[in-house]
Ligand binder design. Structure first.
Ligand SMILES: Nc1ncnc2c1ncn2[C@@H]1O[C@H](COP(=O)(O)OP(=O)(O)O)[C@@H](O)[C@H]1O
Ligand SMILES: [Mg+2]
Length: 577
């Protein structure tokens, strides 16, 4: 785990090394200071020698300044190293998430990914900074101070050596108890973030259904659970400080007691006692720092595991061995394809066989949940078939370079998205280098040019986050234009004109027929009118192909199709009258 995380240090290696080095220099200075202090007291103050007081005093100030300078430097390098490390780690995670397939994304909730990218990385960053600053500093202070203490007075030094195992055992126990609470705490963070995200994304729906109270309750519940486990973890950790204090005062008391006896018996000087006290404090302070590392380590162990989980998640959609980069034509075949979503395990599509010629227009009809979206998602490999074969341009989709395949298969998802930015920015997702003429051409095709021109800013109109300032039908047409800009060999529209009126819908289909005759067009629709002039219409029912044929053929042979058609006809006449 540590090895995987430490890959993110990269260009910050120098800072990462300089931090402990400068910290060690600071320690050296801190260890020298008590020696000088003892000398000052015994040979200066007690002997009444002003010359010594001046000289040693100046030396003390100098040491203090140097020590401080190293302290500042170490802090400086530490900050650079840890923030840089966190930046790299976040980038690595982000790249990993970008490579995820839809199946990978199904596994983590958005809230969880966000927590991992923010809170968890911050935890690790703090621990990392502590580690490089204190992991060297604390043990070296501990060792140097112990050595110096032994040199001054071995018997007194043994006193605080005895305290270390007691402390160690206590701290180990505390950290062991706190770890599970921390792990749970992060789960609650995920849950809370998910609730907030869902609520904010769907705030309009929440309001429309007057579900604010319910949503608030969900949030209160999540944040209460978070509070409970954080409080538990912190409560356990709160035992740290009394334990430390107890050890500290016990040792100071013991040193004073025995030290006083030694001074009275003239086997120790006041200065030596003073320096003993300083060393005892330094030993305890460094122990305290070590515990802090332990506590942070406990907390970040949970975080680190969660971060590594993101980094380790392998996309199951990889480039094929053949890595074909050219798609010959827009033909599509399905051969005995079965498919199910890993999470549900329930068969979603079974025994699908299809033969679509390049340039054909294919309609797909079926009730909600019949597998229409799932079927078309197999074509650009948003998911992979569980068994059977999907062929595009005569080759198995798994043999293609994934990007090359998706370049040729433009898909307007049922849950389409616009991003904040101008209309032009959004459309250029389809092709970064598209000229203004290209953009206008595809917008005319998608019947979007008209309403875009009516906006005061035209093509430079700013689209708000999530496309909230355009209507549903406008958004759909912009998404179609964006897909067209890719000049794909295959165009898949997943219920993409549901919010567009029938007249405009017909205009779009006419434009497709006349302007992009060589592009294979797959149109999922609810309205029979959207697909009735297609070369073939596929009727899906419960994940199986119920019937295939043209409008006329299906009217004769398919009871489902006929029923849907007749019910919609009735609706039309009713509307008209
Ligand atoms: N990401 C997913 N994870 C698990 N199950 C899913 C997922 N998407 C769809 N399903 C399930 O697969 C079935 C078919 O869904 P879908 O292809 O979206 O139907 P349609 O587009 O025809 O309405 C449904 O039962 C649905 O619940
Ligand atoms: Mg669907």
């Amino acid at each position: 785990m540590i090895r995987k995380l430490s890959r993110a240090i990269r260009e910050y290696k120098r800072d990462t090394v300089l931090t402990p080095v400068t910290a060690a220099m600071e320690v050296v200075m801190e260890v020298i200071i008590p020696v000088l202090m003892a000398f000052l007291i015994d040979n200066g103050i007690n002997a009444g020698d002003m010359g010594v007081i001046w000289k040693v005093g100046l030396l003390l100030v100098l040491c203090a300044i140097v020590s401080m300078a190293f302290g500042v430097l170490s802090g400086f390098f530490g900050a650079r190293a840890s923030t840089g490390f966190a930046k790299n780690l976040r980038q690595d995670m982000y790249y990993a998430v970008q490579k995820y397939s839809f199946a990978n994304i199904d596994k983590f909730s958005t809230g969880s990914i966000v927590t991992r990218l923010t809170t968890d990385v911050t935890n690790i960053q703090n621990t990392f900074q502590m580690l490089i600053r204190i992991a060297v500093r604390a043990p070296s202070t501990l060792i140097f101070s112990m050595v110096m203490a032994f040199l001054v007075n071995a018997r007194l030094a043994l006193l605080f050596l005895a305290a270390i195992p007691i402390l160690g055992a206590g701290l180990g126990f505390i950290s062991m108890k706190a770890h599970p609470a921390f792990t749970r705490m992060f789960k609650h963070y995920d849950r809370m973030n998910t609730v907030v995200q869902e609520n904010l994304r769907g705030i309009r729906v929440v309001k429309a259904f007057v579900r604010e109270d319910y949503e608030t309750e969900k949030f209160v519940d999540a944040s209460e659970k978070l509070r409970h486990d954080s409080a538990l973890a912190e409560k356990i950790l709160a035992f740290n400080s009394p334990l430390m204090q107890f050890c500290m005062y016990a040792i100071i008391l013991l040193i004073s007691w025995f030290g006083a006896k030694l001074i009275v018996g003239s086997s120790m000087t006041t200065g030596q006692l003073m320096s003993m006290m300083s060393y005892a404090m330094q030993v305890l302070i460094s122990l305290m720092m070590l515990t802090m590392i332990l506590v942070m380590g406990t907390m970040s162990r949970a975080s680190a595991a969660r971060v590594v989980e993101i980094l380790d998640e392998q996309s199951d959609i990889l480039n094929g061995e053949k890595n074909l980069t050219a798609v010959k034509d827009g033909s599509i075949q399905f051969r005995d394809v079965d498919f199910n979503y890993k999470r549900s395990g329930r068969a979603c599509l079974s025994g699908i066989n299809l033969d679509i010629k390049s340039g054909q227009t294919v309609g797909i009809l079926g009730g909600t949940g019949s597998g229409k979206s799932s079927l078309v998602q197999l074509i650009p490999r948003l998911y992979d078939a569980v068994s059977g074969q999907v062929l595009v341009g005569g080759e198995d989709v798994r043999d293609y370079n994934v990007e090359a395949l998706r370049e040729e298969v433009a898909m307007v998802l049922q849950k389409n998205e616009l991003f904040s930015g101008t209309i032009k920015d959004n459309l250029r997702w389809g092709d970064e280098n598209a000229t203004d003429e290209d953009i206008e051409r595809v917008c005319k095709l998608a019947q979007a040019d008209g309403f875009i021109r009516e906006f005061p800013d035209g093509y430079d109109t700013y689209i708000e986050q999530g496309g909230t300032n355009v209507s549903g039908g406008q958004k759909q047409r912009l998404c179609i234009a964006r897909a067209l800009l890719k000049k794909p060999k295959m165009l898949i529209l997943d219920d993409s004109t549901s919010a567009v009126d029938t007249h405009t819908d017909a205009l779009i289909r006419d434009a497709f027929k006349n302007e992009i005759p060589d592009t294979t067009k797959l149109i999922i629709a609810q309205r029979v009118s959207s697909v009735q002039d297609a070369d073939q219409i596929i009727v899906l029912d419960g994940g199986r192909i119920a019937d295939v044929g043209t409008h006329e053929e299906l009217l004769k042979s398919s009871p489902i199709y006929r029923e849907v058609y007749e019910s919609q006809q009735k609706g039309e006449t009713a509307n008209a009258s």
